[in-house]
Design a protein around this ligand. Sequence first.
Ligand SMILES: [Zn+2]
Length: 140
Amino acid sequence: MTGDARAVPVPTAVTRPFWDGTKAGELRIQRCDDCAEHVFHPRAHCPACGSSRLGWTAVSGRARLSSYVISDIPAPGFADDVPYVIAIVQLDEGPRMMTNLVNVPPDPEALPLDLPLEVVFAPRGDQVLPLFRPAAEART
Ligand SMILES: [Zn+2]
């Protein structure tokens, strides 16, 4: 399967600022103007206080590994090369995000929980995906 056959995200009115951010090389998530909670995934109301006053902010792109699975099953449209790592990472700002890990062996020995990670941006079609790799201090 070629890269052209992979699924490309389609921004909606709610998610467009997120995708505009990845194109600009920034990880942008929502932040509540009323309670200051960082929010991901994009939505209309703050999950902490219910406010609809959610703004957008660029975050650090730093995270820690919360959970992962190493998949040996090709996922047409999403992942061609097996095995690959599907991960849930916890952003330093709080929210968790599902993503793929790159620049790391798909091997539990290389994937300790709480591993420091940093975002990298991977073009796909006319969009750019946020993926994560071990942070500089974790790469030896
Ligand atoms: Zn709030």
